[in-house]
Design a protein around this ligand. Structure first.
Ligand SMILES: [Zn+2]
Length: 200
C-alpha cells in the first residue's frame, strides 16, 4: 500500500475534521473501545454499539465519548504548545492515521498533567512528548504506525522522548523495538515510556 506522511498545520480546516474522525474511529475501537459513555453508570461502549439506551443500567441515553468538536478543540490547544508537530499518514489521499506531540519540561507539575505520580522523580529536563497517535483499524498492523512514529521523531530536534500508552499496545511494542523503556506504570493499565534518540 502506498502511504504518504505529511505535515498538518492547525489552520488546515478540512484536515482537522479528518484527523478528528480518525481519532474517534480508532479510540472507539479495540483495545480502547471509547465510543460511547453512559452518563449514569459511566460504563464505556465501543462505537460498534448500536444501542441508544445504556445496555448496562438502562437509565440513560448513551453519549459520544469523543465528540468531534471536543477532539478538534483539544488538538488546537495541544498544537498551541511549544515546538508542536502533527504528521498525518495518507493512503490514496485520505488521512488514515496521525501522530502529534510537543515539547514539555518534566517538573513536579508534570505528575498531575500526565496522571503519573512520581514521574518528576524519575526524569527531568526537556522532552518531546508524543501526545497522541492513531491508525484507523483497517490500516493497523501494516507498519504504518511505525513509519509515522519514526518520522515524527525525525522531524523534531529533541532527543529525549516521553509518551504515555496502554501497557502492551502496538505503540508500546513500536517504542520497545526502538529501545524505548517503560519508566512508570500508572492507572488504568497505562504506562509512561521514555526513549533516548541520541543512542541511534
Ligand atoms: Zn448506564
Amino acid at each position: 500500500m502506498d502511504v504518504e506522511i505529511v505535515k498538518i498545520i492547525p489552520s488546515q480546516k478540512g484536515a482537522l475534521e479528518d484527523i478528528a474522525s480518525v481519532y474517534q474511529k480508532t479510540f472507539g475501537s479495540d483495545p480502547w473501545n471509547e465510543g460511547y459513555r453512559c452518563p449514569v453508570c459511566e460504563k464505556v461502549f465501543p462505537l460498534s454499539c448500536k444501542e441508544k439506551e445504556c445496555p448496562s443500567c438502562a437509565k440513560a441515553i448513551l453519549e459520544e465519548y469523543w465528540p468531534i468538536e471536543k477532539i478538534i478543540s483539544d488538538f488546537l490547544t495541544e498544537m498551541a504548545k511549544p515546538k508542536s508537530l502533527c504528521l498525518a499518514a495518507l493512503a490514496n489521499g485520505e488521512i488514515i492515521g496521525f501522530a502529534w506531540g510537543y515539547e514539555i519540561i518534566v517538573d513536579p507539575s508534570i505528575d498531575l498533567r500526565l496522571e503519573a505520580p512520581g514521574l518528576h522523580q524519575l526524569a527531568s529536563g526537556v522532552y518531546f512528548y508524543l501526545d497522541e497517535a492513531a491508525i484507523l483499524p483497517p490500516f493497523q498492523n501494516k507498519g504504518i504506525g511505525k513509519k509515522l512514529i519514526q518520522r515524527i521523531f525525525m522531524e523534531q530536534n529533541q532527543s529525549n522522548i516521553l509518551l504515555r500508552t496502554l501497557n502492551g499496545s502496538r505503540m508500546f511494542q513500536i517504542i520497545q523495538k526502538m529501545d524505548g523503556k517503560p519508566a512508570l506504570l500508572i492507572s488504568r493499565d497505562r504506562v509512561i515510556m521514555t526513549l533516548d534518540l541520541s543512542l541511534y
